[in-house]
Design a protein around this ligand. Sequence first.
Ligand code: SF4
Length: 431
Amino acid sequence: MAMPDTTASDIVGRGAKDGSTMFREWFSSLTDVADSGGHAAYVFVMGSMAEILRVFDFPMVFPEINSLQTAVRRVADDYLNQAEDHGYSPDICGYVKADYAMQLRGGEHPMGKIPKPTLAVLTNACNTYIKWAEIWERMYDVPIFTLDVPSTRAAGTQSWPGDEAFERDRKYVSAQIDELIVLCEELTGKKFDIDRLREVMGNANELIRGWRQVLELNQSTPAVFNALTDGTIYLGAANAFRGSEDGGRYFTELVEEMEFKSENGIGTIQDEKHRLIFVGVPCYPIFRRFNEFFSDWGGVFVNSTYLWFASGGINLGFEYDLDRPMESLAEGVLISVREAVDAMLFQDQALIQLVDKFDIDGVVYHPIKSCRTTSAGQADTRRAFMDATDVPSLFIESDMMDKRVVSEAQLKNRIDAFFEGLNARKLRAQV
Ligand code: SF4
């Protein structure tokens, strides 16, 4: 809880400011590693295995985050063109192409420089991860560790700790984590330290608890943060600092800020009129402008499936049991990565449950050209959502990296028409 004598100027906006500072420092520490010839573990946001990698003190590089930075800083086309000149197709994942071009440039990117890999760790959460890591294998001849995490077999059939099926899956994941530890020991020459793992998992618990609470606090009216803009800063911190002391502290303080805003009725926009959910990956090439198309009408994103899957499913809030760390880590990986995949592919039921809880006026589906994984099923899940609720939805297409397929005028027309419909609906409800 926020201290009683806390003033708005002390606390409001602190999470965004501190998050940006931590991020800049993190990129600069990676630049130092690169400049001194050091190496890093390359990992992905869905199943980063940060808990294990931190025990061995690997600096971690998140290629998805580096790539999206090129779009936010409006230089992605240089990178995409370079990769396409090398034969990569215009319609594959833009993150892969930006990263490939970054590797050709010796790791140079708008926020600094990334070190070369010493290993790559990936899960099967996205099929692109597997082909992406093969590029590094060809370029650098480094070990690639693929963790196969069983997903949901059919809607509503997820198993949980205590179920026989869950136990089988947990053992399968546990055995793979043991193999990852052996690989890390071989690469670093360090012995695995279970007490250090407990410490890292304790830090991760603090961060995960905070992340879940922050998401829940946006049930407040007015919304205390915008899931599409502020949420993306918090998301970056959740990924980059998971398992570190700084990461845990950051999220405890962020909960404090959000509680303060909620208790004092401080919203993220001045005049909130429509509460929305966003489905998919943001439009990074026109990141701020895209959000303004909504906020200009008083629209605020109170939740987003992006904050679920791109946090590796920690929105579910699974916390580790430090008395049985290895077993609990396997459970956490299984439950959280499965949640991330469900949030990409089968999010309709989760969205239906949010409608009343978050007082939702509309849902915005944003399929994008270069991420088939999160986009392919959106038309179907939208239909299921529309069958179950009378909440209006909008379906708009663009891209997360490639501004050649982002048509601002077309997007604005569709969004304006959506809000005219929402306003008319509210007026009708009042008479
Ligand atoms: S989920 Fe989409 S954006 Fe992420 S790696 Fe897979 S294809 Fe690329």
